[in-house]
Design a protein around this ligand. Structure first.
Ligand code: 5AD
Length: 343
Protein backbone atom coordinates (compact mmCIF):
# COMPACT_ATOMS: atom_id res chain seq x y z
CA UNK A 1 0.00 0.00 0.00
CA UNK A 2 2.79 2.42 0.95
CA UNK A 3 4.23 2.05 -2.53
CA UNK A 4 1.18 3.73 -3.97
CA UNK A 5 1.25 6.65 -1.56
CA UNK A 6 3.40 9.74 -1.62
CA UNK A 7 5.36 8.58 1.42
CA UNK A 8 8.38 7.57 -0.64
CA UNK A 9 8.74 11.02 -2.09
CA UNK A 10 8.39 12.64 1.33
CA UNK A 11 11.04 10.30 2.66
CA UNK A 12 10.37 11.12 6.23
CA UNK A 13 10.05 8.75 9.18
CA UNK A 14 7.78 10.98 11.17
CA UNK A 15 5.34 11.24 8.28
CA UNK A 16 5.38 7.50 7.86
CA UNK A 17 4.64 7.04 11.56
CA UNK A 18 1.70 9.43 11.35
CA UNK A 19 0.26 7.56 8.38
CA UNK A 20 0.64 4.22 10.12
CA UNK A 21 -1.05 5.63 13.19
CA UNK A 22 -3.87 7.10 11.07
CA UNK A 23 -4.47 3.76 9.39
CA UNK A 24 -4.99 1.91 12.65
CA UNK A 25 -6.52 4.55 14.95
CA UNK A 26 -10.26 4.72 15.62
CA UNK A 27 -11.75 8.05 14.59
CA UNK A 28 -12.42 9.19 18.18
CA UNK A 29 -8.86 8.53 19.27
CA UNK A 30 -7.45 10.16 16.12
CA UNK A 31 -9.57 13.27 16.69
CA UNK A 32 -8.59 13.57 20.35
CA UNK A 33 -4.92 13.48 19.44
CA UNK A 34 -5.38 16.03 16.64
CA UNK A 35 -7.46 18.34 18.87
CA UNK A 36 -4.81 18.28 21.57
CA UNK A 37 -2.07 19.18 19.06
CA UNK A 38 -4.32 21.94 17.73
CA UNK A 39 -4.88 23.35 21.21
CA UNK A 40 -1.15 23.31 22.00
CA UNK A 41 -0.43 25.46 18.96
CA UNK A 42 -3.56 27.51 18.34
CA UNK A 43 -5.19 27.47 21.79
CA UNK A 44 -8.99 27.39 21.95
CA UNK A 45 -9.35 30.26 19.48
CA UNK A 46 -11.33 29.78 16.30
CA UNK A 47 -10.43 32.37 13.67
CA UNK A 48 -13.24 33.91 11.60
CA UNK A 49 -12.78 34.76 7.95
CA UNK A 50 -15.56 36.59 6.10
CA UNK A 51 -16.42 34.84 2.84
CA UNK A 52 -17.76 36.89 -0.07
CA UNK A 53 -18.93 34.91 -3.08
CA UNK A 54 -18.86 37.77 -5.56
CA UNK A 55 -19.60 36.03 -8.85
CA UNK A 56 -21.02 32.67 -9.82
CA UNK A 57 -20.26 33.04 -13.52
CA UNK A 58 -17.70 30.42 -14.45
CA UNK A 59 -16.04 29.44 -17.70
CA UNK A 60 -15.00 26.05 -16.25
CA UNK A 61 -17.09 22.94 -16.53
CA UNK A 62 -15.99 20.78 -13.58
CA UNK A 63 -18.22 17.71 -13.39
CA UNK A 64 -18.91 18.09 -9.65
CA UNK A 65 -19.77 21.76 -9.44
CA UNK A 66 -23.25 23.31 -9.45
CA UNK A 67 -22.02 26.56 -11.02
CA UNK A 68 -20.24 24.83 -13.95
CA UNK A 69 -20.81 26.70 -17.19
CA UNK A 70 -23.00 23.98 -18.70
CA UNK A 71 -25.50 24.20 -15.85
CA UNK A 72 -28.02 26.39 -17.61
CA UNK A 73 -30.43 26.23 -14.69
CA UNK A 74 -28.01 28.09 -12.38
CA UNK A 75 -29.17 31.68 -11.77
CA UNK A 76 -26.09 33.81 -12.45
CA UNK A 77 -25.07 36.96 -10.59
CA UNK A 78 -22.14 39.28 -10.24
CA UNK A 79 -21.64 41.62 -7.31
CA UNK A 80 -20.08 44.86 -8.49
CA UNK A 81 -17.14 46.64 -6.95
CA UNK A 82 -19.20 49.08 -4.89
CA UNK A 83 -21.29 46.34 -3.40
CA UNK A 84 -18.22 44.22 -2.64
CA UNK A 85 -16.75 47.19 -0.76
CA UNK A 86 -20.04 47.72 1.07
CA UNK A 87 -20.11 44.05 2.06
CA UNK A 88 -16.52 44.20 3.29
CA UNK A 89 -17.35 47.28 5.39
CA UNK A 90 -20.37 45.61 6.99
CA UNK A 91 -18.09 42.71 7.92
CA UNK A 92 -15.33 45.03 9.06
CA UNK A 93 -17.78 46.86 11.33
CA UNK A 94 -18.80 43.50 12.80
CA UNK A 95 -15.14 42.98 13.72
CA UNK A 96 -13.90 40.80 10.87
CA UNK A 97 -10.29 41.45 9.86
CA UNK A 98 -9.89 38.97 7.07
CA UNK A 99 -11.96 38.55 3.93
CA UNK A 100 -12.02 35.84 1.31
CA UNK A 101 -13.12 36.91 -2.17
CA UNK A 102 -14.30 33.77 -3.88
CA UNK A 103 -15.80 33.39 -7.33
CA UNK A 104 -16.12 31.29 -10.41
CA UNK A 105 -13.59 31.82 -13.19
CA UNK A 106 -15.45 34.83 -14.56
CA UNK A 107 -13.89 36.62 -17.57
CA UNK A 108 -15.73 39.83 -16.66
CA UNK A 109 -13.46 40.11 -13.64
CA UNK A 110 -10.24 40.89 -15.48
CA UNK A 111 -7.04 41.19 -13.50
CA UNK A 112 -7.35 45.00 -13.66
CA UNK A 113 -10.84 44.92 -12.19
CA UNK A 114 -9.69 42.58 -9.42
CA UNK A 115 -6.70 44.82 -8.68
CA UNK A 116 -8.92 47.90 -8.32
CA UNK A 117 -11.12 45.99 -5.86
CA UNK A 118 -8.11 44.83 -3.84
CA UNK A 119 -6.71 48.36 -3.63
CA UNK A 120 -10.06 49.74 -2.57
CA UNK A 121 -10.58 47.12 0.15
CA UNK A 122 -7.13 47.85 1.57
CA UNK A 123 -7.94 51.54 1.60
CA UNK A 124 -11.36 51.37 3.23
CA UNK A 125 -10.12 48.97 5.90
CA UNK A 126 -7.15 51.27 6.53
CA UNK A 127 -4.74 48.43 5.80
CA UNK A 128 -6.01 46.54 8.84
CA UNK A 129 -7.54 43.59 7.01
CA UNK A 130 -6.03 40.63 5.18
CA UNK A 131 -7.44 39.69 1.81
CA UNK A 132 -7.60 36.20 0.38
CA UNK A 133 -8.43 35.55 -3.25
CA UNK A 134 -10.01 32.33 -4.45
CA UNK A 135 -10.70 32.79 -8.16
CA UNK A 136 -8.95 29.90 -9.81
CA UNK A 137 -5.96 29.34 -12.05
CA UNK A 138 -4.27 32.48 -13.43
CA UNK A 139 -0.89 33.15 -14.98
CA UNK A 140 2.06 33.80 -12.70
CA UNK A 141 2.11 37.44 -13.87
CA UNK A 142 -1.52 37.85 -12.87
CA UNK A 143 -0.90 36.38 -9.42
CA UNK A 144 1.99 38.85 -9.12
CA UNK A 145 -0.25 41.78 -10.02
CA UNK A 146 -2.84 40.69 -7.44
CA UNK A 147 -0.14 40.46 -4.80
CA UNK A 148 1.13 43.94 -5.59
CA UNK A 149 -2.43 45.30 -5.47
CA UNK A 150 -2.92 43.96 -1.93
CA UNK A 151 -3.84 40.27 -1.97
CA UNK A 152 -2.21 38.58 1.01
CA UNK A 153 -3.43 35.04 0.57
CA UNK A 154 -4.64 32.75 -2.18
CA UNK A 155 -6.75 29.60 -2.04
CA UNK A 156 -6.60 27.08 -4.85
CA UNK A 157 -7.74 23.61 -3.95
CA UNK A 158 -6.18 20.77 -5.96
CA UNK A 159 -9.50 18.90 -5.38
CA UNK A 160 -7.92 15.42 -5.59
CA UNK A 161 -4.33 14.19 -5.63
CA UNK A 162 -5.17 11.46 -8.16
CA UNK A 163 -4.14 12.96 -11.54
CA UNK A 164 -6.41 10.59 -13.49
CA UNK A 165 -9.43 11.37 -11.37
CA UNK A 166 -8.57 15.08 -11.54
CA UNK A 167 -8.46 14.97 -15.32
CA UNK A 168 -11.82 13.23 -15.39
CA UNK A 169 -13.65 15.67 -13.10
CA UNK A 170 -11.95 18.70 -14.63
CA UNK A 171 -12.59 17.61 -18.24
CA UNK A 172 -9.07 17.03 -19.45
CA UNK A 173 -7.37 19.93 -17.78
CA UNK A 174 -3.98 18.71 -16.60
CA UNK A 175 -3.32 18.17 -12.91
CA UNK A 176 0.24 19.51 -13.33
CA UNK A 177 -1.11 22.90 -14.40
CA UNK A 178 -2.92 23.24 -11.08
CA UNK A 179 0.12 22.20 -9.07
CA UNK A 180 2.24 24.71 -11.02
CA UNK A 181 -0.28 27.42 -10.13
CA UNK A 182 -0.11 26.51 -6.43
CA UNK A 183 3.70 26.58 -6.57
CA UNK A 184 3.61 29.98 -8.32
CA UNK A 185 1.34 31.30 -5.57
CA UNK A 186 3.71 30.03 -2.89
CA UNK A 187 6.76 31.32 -4.64
CA UNK A 188 5.29 34.82 -4.93
CA UNK A 189 5.07 35.02 -1.16
CA UNK A 190 1.36 34.50 -0.65
CA UNK A 191 0.03 32.72 2.39
CA UNK A 192 -1.01 29.69 0.45
CA UNK A 193 -4.08 27.54 0.81
CA UNK A 194 -5.22 24.46 -1.02
CA UNK A 195 -7.21 21.36 -0.21
CA UNK A 196 -9.60 18.82 -1.61
CA UNK A 197 -12.96 17.13 -1.46
CA UNK A 198 -13.45 13.75 0.16
CA UNK A 199 -15.75 11.07 -1.23
CA UNK A 200 -15.40 11.82 -4.94
CA UNK A 201 -16.55 8.92 -7.10
CA UNK A 202 -13.54 6.73 -7.93
CA UNK A 203 -11.54 7.88 -4.91
CA UNK A 204 -9.98 5.20 -2.67
CA UNK A 205 -8.45 5.23 0.81
CA UNK A 206 -5.05 5.54 -0.89
CA UNK A 207 -6.30 8.68 -2.64
CA UNK A 208 -7.40 10.12 0.70
CA UNK A 209 -4.01 9.44 2.25
CA UNK A 210 -2.25 10.92 -0.79
CA UNK A 211 -4.48 14.00 -0.60
CA UNK A 212 -3.22 14.73 2.90
CA UNK A 213 0.37 13.88 1.96
CA UNK A 214 0.23 16.28 -0.97
CA UNK A 215 -0.81 19.05 1.43
CA UNK A 216 2.21 18.16 3.56
CA UNK A 217 4.48 18.11 0.53
CA UNK A 218 3.22 21.55 -0.53
CA UNK A 219 3.77 22.72 3.06
CA UNK A 220 0.51 24.65 2.98
CA UNK A 221 -0.41 27.50 5.31
CA UNK A 222 -4.14 26.79 4.95
CA UNK A 223 -5.93 23.58 4.06
CA UNK A 224 -9.63 23.31 3.27
CA UNK A 225 -11.31 19.92 3.15
CA UNK A 226 -14.96 19.07 2.78
CA UNK A 227 -17.23 16.26 1.66
CA UNK A 228 -18.17 16.07 -2.00
CA UNK A 229 -21.93 16.62 -2.20
CA UNK A 230 -23.56 15.46 -5.45
CA UNK A 231 -24.99 18.52 -7.13
CA UNK A 232 -28.24 18.60 -9.17
CA UNK A 233 -27.92 19.30 -12.89
CA UNK A 234 -24.31 18.10 -13.01
CA UNK A 235 -22.90 14.88 -14.51
CA UNK A 236 -22.17 13.63 -10.98
CA UNK A 237 -25.69 14.26 -9.66
CA UNK A 238 -26.40 10.56 -9.13
CA UNK A 239 -23.08 9.73 -7.43
CA UNK A 240 -23.34 8.07 -4.02
CA UNK A 241 -23.09 10.27 -0.94
CA UNK A 242 -20.07 9.33 1.13
CA UNK A 243 -19.85 9.67 4.92
CA UNK A 244 -18.71 12.86 6.65
CA UNK A 245 -16.24 10.65 8.51
CA UNK A 246 -13.87 10.86 5.53
CA UNK A 247 -13.61 14.62 6.06
CA UNK A 248 -13.35 14.26 9.82
CA UNK A 249 -10.48 11.80 9.54
CA UNK A 250 -8.88 14.00 6.88
CA UNK A 251 -9.00 17.00 9.21
CA UNK A 252 -7.35 15.04 12.01
CA UNK A 253 -4.68 13.61 9.72
CA UNK A 254 -3.91 17.07 8.32
CA UNK A 255 -3.58 18.48 11.82
CA UNK A 256 -1.04 15.75 12.66
CA UNK A 257 0.90 16.34 9.45
CA UNK A 258 0.70 20.16 9.47
CA UNK A 259 0.30 21.26 13.10
CA UNK A 260 0.71 24.96 12.30
CA UNK A 261 -1.70 25.13 9.37
CA UNK A 262 -4.98 26.99 9.48
CA UNK A 263 -7.68 24.43 8.80
CA UNK A 264 -11.32 25.50 8.40
CA UNK A 265 -14.35 23.59 9.58
CA UNK A 266 -16.08 23.86 6.23
CA UNK A 267 -19.62 24.80 5.27
CA UNK A 268 -19.93 21.57 3.26
CA UNK A 269 -19.44 19.62 6.51
CA UNK A 270 -22.17 21.72 8.16
CA UNK A 271 -24.41 21.01 5.17
CA UNK A 272 -24.41 17.23 5.40
CA UNK A 273 -24.46 17.12 9.21
CA UNK A 274 -26.02 19.77 11.50
CA UNK A 275 -22.97 19.45 13.76
CA UNK A 276 -20.48 18.85 10.98
CA UNK A 277 -18.47 21.98 11.71
CA UNK A 278 -18.32 21.23 15.44
CA UNK A 279 -17.09 17.73 14.59
CA UNK A 280 -14.36 19.17 12.38
CA UNK A 281 -13.25 21.55 15.13
CA UNK A 282 -13.10 18.60 17.48
CA UNK A 283 -10.89 16.89 14.88
CA UNK A 284 -8.39 19.76 14.83
CA UNK A 285 -9.89 22.54 12.67
CA UNK A 286 -9.29 26.11 13.91
CA UNK A 287 -11.03 28.37 11.38
CA UNK A 288 -14.62 29.16 10.43
CA UNK A 289 -15.69 31.06 7.34
CA UNK A 290 -18.97 32.91 7.92
CA UNK A 291 -20.56 33.54 4.53
CA UNK A 292 -21.19 37.31 4.46
CA UNK A 293 -22.30 37.45 0.81
CA UNK A 294 -25.47 39.60 0.62
CA UNK A 295 -28.52 37.39 1.23
CA UNK A 296 -29.98 38.42 -2.15
CA UNK A 297 -27.18 36.73 -4.04
CA UNK A 298 -25.80 33.99 -1.84
CA UNK A 299 -28.69 31.60 -2.47
CA UNK A 300 -27.48 31.37 -6.07
CA UNK A 301 -23.91 30.33 -5.26
CA UNK A 302 -25.04 26.74 -5.28
CA UNK A 303 -21.87 24.77 -5.89
CA UNK A 304 -23.73 21.96 -4.09
CA UNK A 305 -27.32 21.66 -2.84
CA UNK A 306 -28.61 22.33 0.67
CA UNK A 307 -26.01 24.98 1.58
CA UNK A 308 -26.57 26.35 5.06
CA UNK A 309 -26.91 29.96 6.27
CA UNK A 310 -28.57 31.18 3.06
CA UNK A 311 -31.20 33.32 4.82
CA UNK A 312 -28.90 34.79 7.45
CA UNK A 313 -26.77 37.90 7.22
CA UNK A 314 -23.17 38.06 8.40
CA UNK A 315 -24.02 39.27 11.90
CA UNK A 316 -26.56 36.53 12.50
CA UNK A 317 -24.11 33.90 11.29
CA UNK A 318 -21.32 35.19 13.52
CA UNK A 319 -23.65 35.09 16.55
CA UNK A 320 -24.65 31.53 15.71
CA UNK A 321 -21.01 30.48 15.30
CA UNK A 322 -20.07 32.07 18.64
CA UNK A 323 -22.74 29.97 20.38
CA UNK A 324 -21.80 26.82 18.55
CA UNK A 325 -18.15 27.25 19.48
CA UNK A 326 -18.83 28.01 23.13
CA UNK A 327 -20.89 24.79 23.29
CA UNK A 328 -17.69 22.85 22.50
CA UNK A 329 -15.39 24.93 24.71
CA UNK A 330 -13.94 27.08 21.92
CA UNK A 331 -13.97 30.84 21.41
CA UNK A 332 -14.31 32.78 18.16
CA UNK A 333 -11.66 35.42 17.51
CA UNK A 334 -11.54 38.29 15.06
CA UNK A 335 -7.78 38.17 14.66
CA UNK A 336 -6.31 38.25 11.15
CA UNK A 337 -5.10 34.72 11.60
CA UNK A 338 -1.93 35.11 9.60
CA UNK A 339 0.02 32.01 8.70
CA UNK A 340 2.26 31.07 11.62
CA UNK A 341 5.16 30.99 9.16
CA UNK A 342 4.66 34.75 8.73
CA UNK A 343 4.05 35.79 12.32
N1 5AD B 1 -19.53 19.31 -3.19
C1 5AD B 1 -18.64 19.73 -2.28
N2 5AD B 1 -17.73 20.68 -2.50
C2 5AD B 1 -17.72 21.24 -3.71
N3 5AD B 1 -16.94 22.18 -4.23
C3 5AD B 1 -17.32 22.42 -5.50
N4 5AD B 1 -18.36 21.63 -5.82
C4 5AD B 1 -18.63 20.87 -4.72
C5 5AD B 1 -19.56 19.85 -4.42
N5 5AD B 1 -20.45 19.42 -5.33
C6 5AD B 1 -15.79 22.75 -3.52
C7 5AD B 1 -14.50 22.62 -4.33
C8 5AD B 1 -14.12 24.06 -4.56
C9 5AD B 1 -14.75 24.76 -3.39
C10 5AD B 1 -14.96 26.23 -3.59
O1 5AD B 1 -15.99 24.11 -3.26
O2 5AD B 1 -13.52 21.96 -3.55
O3 5AD B 1 -12.72 24.26 -4.59
Amino acid sequence: MEKRTLIDSLNNNETEEIINYYKTAETDELCKKAASICENIHGKDIILRGLIEFTNYCNQDCLYCGIRKSNLSAVRYRIDKDEIIKTVMIGYNSGLRTFVLQGGEDPFYTSDRICRILEQIKKVTEYNASITLSIGIKSRETYKKFKEAGADRYLLRFETSDPKLYQKIKINSPFERRITAILDIKDLGYETGSGYMTGLPGETEDTRINNALLCKKLDLDMVGVGPFIPSNNTPLAESPKMPLEYSIRATALLRLLLPKAHIPATTAAGTIDPFGREKMVKAGANVLMPNITPVEQKKHYLIYPGKICLDENGNEIIKDLALRMSSIDRKITFSKGSALRFS
